[in-house]
Design a binder for this molecule. Structure first.
Ligand code: ADP
Length: 948
């Protein structure tokens, strides 16, 4: 599936997909090649097939197709488990293959490239071995077997385990397998096997992590890559609501329980913070493990002692730290594993490592809820970004067994990129797949906003249960008004009090009936101890926020402060105290006093903000008719006015906080976290007048939105608002997850941008081709920075076109991409005829001498170029001598950066000679080239502008 996703990248040129497919099939060895040819023979029209000599290979295939398992097939079949076993010992496995002559030193080095994570290394190793055929595969499998029998951590005999240990391990793993093998949807009435539907999410390390880039595998979560604190044991997986954190842990649990991965851990204890909220007793660690996860039938003390003695063989997972009623605090220290304490205190001490030091702990949370107090105890952080473009396709195909339906859904997503952007969030991708009939039937009214998508599933679920006669028009909510109000109140009270699991008492208080439950929005809460009678939770926390927003719109009981309070989320704390319905959910008064105001706020704000976002969407003009059927027009209109007023007020407050510019500098706004949220609310309202009004009050030259977690959805919202800016701005979106879909969403606001910074944003040539086609027509557009994306030579023709067409273009920065001499030659064609470019940055590409010569040739007579960087590009003497010509002729060049290349004395001499004729150039950087200490000294004396 991983291979499939890598090839089937939607939107990429078909010939690129085809080439990648051929390359991949080739690396998989003879058998795969033959299978591929046989498949090709079946699908190609006869006329095409005639040109390919199938007969020979296919007859070979027939001969070979005996039903015995080959070693290469074993490598394929057991890939996840082999990756996990190999990742700690790729060096030794490679040594074995090198010694047997199956690997060359170059192949050895390629697998061991330091940019790869351990699991990536293991995967590359497996791919190579498969391409080498049976003998190599046999050697590798033998090596792994030997490693197992000679005492790897997996070898259970090595540990002095209590007699009952393996029974307990079996009990724990069977209960974990049973709990994790299904994803519950439709309120548990239709379960989907995790195995069938699981799609790899996009996992990455934070942008400030040096060394490793790109997507991580599940096994890398516990690997060394990205470690920031060796002493700490806690790994944080952070991601937005619905990005798939719980599902990822579920997958991890299942793989462990099936013995397919994470086998270095003998025991795995899973916890849900949502469930831990209901634990009112004081517990010890031992109680926590045995009562909340799995009870050992015998030898409890011995098993617990084993756990204490071998912490490195144990893994704990904690899902949804953001849902714990108390935020992390390291004030109460507890070190004794048998001492009882309130559960949050136990949990915080486990995460800090005061308790059970050495046990690895994986904790998931929404990013907003992780403050500095917890951050300092983290071993590392991994970001879960939802589905990649390919992941969306993969999920939809898995969701629909009928490939024609899947293809239709995907096709309709391609035509609605706003919706495609939303589908990067797995929970939305699931809704869209679930509601495919509505999606495909709605033509022009296809959903655009997150509220549209949730309204689609609301209608889908309600009508799935009891189809209404009046399904056309706006009457459908009215038909189900009671249900919506009951569930809405439950959700609303829950959000006010951070309550996510509901007992009979709470359900009765809100009038929730069996019929309401049967609509499928609530699911029975599993995993709670039997003292609790049936407990329910919403299918997903985002669904709870949606219902809370519905309640705010439809209820006539809510007090009139509710809307302003939602938009000033911090005020909600007071509402907690006044809660009427759910006294039962609140911690006792004493406990509440222990929780500082600040701590409680962090937990609630994200849900309140999401509720406010849905509220904006529900009150948008396009959905207003739905409510007019159920409530008096005046009430609805009053609520609309209130939301509009709150949004404008919050934005004004935001703009007022922008500092005055320092003299001579541009006025710049660095967005506060709430800015993006407010912009998203305006987008949900789909009300251009609010956007226009807001932007008329924003007076800045530069908008900085770096590290703001901006993905395609945020880009859609930003564009909706920013396109109304009065004056052109520099838009800085560095270090986000914009991607190609996000770039496409940004296009409508390009006319008001004079510069665009998209460093580190997973952008490929596809995105660039669309971006350039647009900005070429934008008079204001003058600068672009694309450092550290996924660009190759295929994008350079577009930049060349840009340079040819736009004679006011000033700055092009393409550092740390994958541009070679070919790309440089393409750029040179544009540079030759451009008369405006001042800054050209190609740091960290691979243009070599040939590329440098092409650029030098094109720039020789430039009268505008001020700054050129070819740092770390494999440039040697030929390139240096060619570049010397720019120095000789240029009247504008001030800095030339050639650090980290392979220039020797000959090349440096050329540059010195050229400098003799030039007084404008301020510095030529030549650090880290092939010059001896003596040469460096001598040249520095002769030419002080050379920085050596
Ligand atoms: P989070 O814990 O981040 O809020 P969840 O794991 O609960 O998100 O995901 C919400 C829904 O999205 C799941 O119920 C499931 O339908 C879908 N989903 C999430 N991740 C995946 C995945 N990796 N593969 C398939 N479906 C997923």
């Amino acid at each position: 599936m991983e291979d499939y996703q890598n090839i089937q990248v939607p939107g990429r040129a078909l010939y690129t997909n085809a080439r990648q497919l051929l390359d991949l099939v080739y690396t998989k060895g003879v058998n795969t090649c033959m299978l591929f040819l046989a498949a090709l023979k079946q699908v190609l029209p006869e006329a095409h097939g005639a040109t390919i000599p199938f007969s020979e290979c296919c007859s070979n295939l027939e001969k070979k197709q005996e039903p015995q398992t080959t070693f290469t097939q074993t490598l394929l079949a057991q890939r996840p488990s082999l990756v996990s076993q190999l990742q700690d010992c790729t060096d030794d496995a490679l040594d074995a293959l090198l010694a047997s002559g199956h690997f060359t030193p170059a192949e050895y080095d390629e697998v061991q490239l330091p940019i790869h994570t351990p699991s990536q290394k293991a995967r590359r190793l497996l791919d190579h071995v498969r391409s080498k055929g049976e003998v190599a595969a046999e050697i590798l499998l033998q090596y792994i077997q030997q490693k197992q029998t000679s005492g790897s951590p997996v070898n259970k005999e090595k540990w002095n385990t209590p007699k009952e240990f393996f029974k307990y391990q079996k009990k724990l793993s069977s209960s974990l397998a049973a709990q994790s093998c299904f994803l519950s949807t439709y309120g548990g009435t239709s379960n989907m096997s995790l195995e069938d539907i699981y799609t790899e999410g996009h996992l990455e390390l934070p942008h400030d992590c040096i060394g490793v880039h790109g997507s991580l595998g599940l096994e890398d979560i516990i690997g060394v890559a990205g470690t920031v604190n060796e002493e700490a044991d806690t790994i944080l997986v952070s991601g937005e609501a619905g990005s798939g954190k719980s599902t990822l842990l579920q997958r991890l649990h299942l793989l462990w329980a099936q013995g397919a991965a994470f086998q270095d851990f003998l025991l795995l204890f899973p916890f849900s913070c949502r469930r831990l909220n209901s634990e009112q007793r004081e517990l010890s660690v031992k109680d926590l493990l045995f009562q909340h996860c799995c009870w050992p039938d015998r030898e409890q003390d011995e098993i617990f002692q084993f756990i204490l003695d071998h912490p490195h063989l144990i893994l704990f997972t904690f899902d949804g730290l953001d849902e714990l009623k108390q935020s992390f605090s390291d004030e109460h220290r507890l070190c004794c594993p048998t001492q009882c304490a309130p559960v949050p205190i136990l949990l915080f001490n486990l995460l800090q490592g005061c308790l059970m030091k050495g046990v690895q702990k994986i904790v998931t949370s929404r990013p907003e809820a992780v403050g500095p107090a917890l951050k300092k105890h983290l071993r590392k952080e991994v970001l879960l970004k939802g589905f990649s473009q390919a992941g969306i396709g993969c999920f939809v195909r898995k969701h629909h067994s009928d490939p024609t339906v899947a293809a239709k859904v995907l096709e309709s997503l391609q035509t609605n990129t706003a919706l495609l952007g939303l589908c990067h969030s797995p929970v939305l991708c699931w809704i869209v797949s679930q509601c495919h009939k509505e999606l495909l039937g709605c033509g022009d009214g296809s959903p655009q906003t997150i509220t549209d998508v949730y309204l689609m599933i609301l209608r889908h679920f309600l009508q799935h249960k009891s189809p209404v006669k009046n399904s056309i028009g706006f009457g459908w909510i009215k038909e189900h008004l009671d249900t919506v109000l009951h569930l809405g109140q439950l959700a609303f009270e829950g959000i006010r009090t951070s309550c996510y699991i509901f007992s009979d008492t709470e359900m009765n208080a809100c009038g929730v009936t069996e019929k309401d439950i049967s609509t499928g929005f609530l699911t029975q809460s599993t995993g709670l101890s039997s003292v609790h009678a049936k407990m329910y939770e919403f299918l997903h926390v985002t669904m709870q926020c949606f219902f809370a927003a519905l309640y705010t719109v439809l209820s006539t009981n809510t007090d009139h402060y509710i809307i302003p309070k939602l938009f000033e989320s911090h005020v909600m704390k007071e509402m907690n105290m006044n809660s009427t319905c759910f006294g039962i959910c609140l911690p006792s008064v004493e406990q509440q006093q222990q929780v500082s105001e600040r701590e409680a706020m962090a937990v609630e704000i994200t849900n309140l903000q999401m509720t406010a976002t849905f509220l904006s969407g529900l009150l948008s003009q396009r959905h207003r008719s739905l409510w007019l059927n159920c409530c008096p027009r005046a009430t609805v209109e009053k609520k609309v006015k209130e939301v509009v007023r709150c949004l404008s007020k919050s934005l004004r407050k935001h703009f007022r906080s922008i500092p005055k510019p320092v003299d001579g500098e541009k006025k710049s706004m660095h967005a506060m976290p709430d800015f993006v949220w407010l912009v998203k609310c305006i987008y949900e309202m789909q009300e251009s007048s609010i956007a226009k009004d807001a932007m008329s009050k924003l007076d800045v030259n530069h908008l900085k939105l770096t590290y703001c977690n901006i993905g395609p959805v945020e880009c859609t919202a930003l564009t909706f608002v920013l396109q109304h800016l009065k004056n052109p701005v520099g838009l800085q979106l560095d270090y986000n997850s914009v991607g190609d879909v996000g770039v496409e969403q940004l296009l409508p606001c390009m006319p008001i941008c004079y510069s665009l910074y998209l460093r580190n944003n997973n952008i490929t040539d596809e995105g660039i081709s669309k971006l350039i086609a647009k900005v070429i027509q934008c008079d204001n557009f003058q600068k672009i920075a694309l450092f550290n994306n996924m660009l190759t030579d295929a994008c350079t023709q577009h930049f060349s076109q840009l340079l040819k067409t736009k004679q006011n273009f000033i700055s092009l920065r393409l550092g740390n991409n994958n541009i070679t001499a070919e790309g440089a030659k393409q750029l040179a064609q544009g540079l030759k005829v451009n008369h405006s470019l001042q800054y050209l940055g190609l740091w960290g590409n691979k243009i070599g001498d040939v590329g440098a010569e092409a650029l030098a040739n094109a720039l020789e007579s430039s009268k505008t170029l001020v700054w050129l960087s070819l740092v770390c590009n494999g440039v040697g003497n030929a390139g240096a001598c060619a570049l010397a010509n720019i120095i000789k002729n240029s009247t504008s060049l001030e800095e030339l950066w050639l650090t980290d290349n392979c220039i020797t004395k000959t090349g440096a001499e050329c540059l010195i000679q050229a400098l003799e004729h030039n007084t404008h150039v301020k510095s030529v950087w030549l650090k880290n080239n092939n010059l001896s200490v003596e040469e460096v000294e001598e040249m520095a004396q002769r030419e002080p502008r050379l920085i050596l």
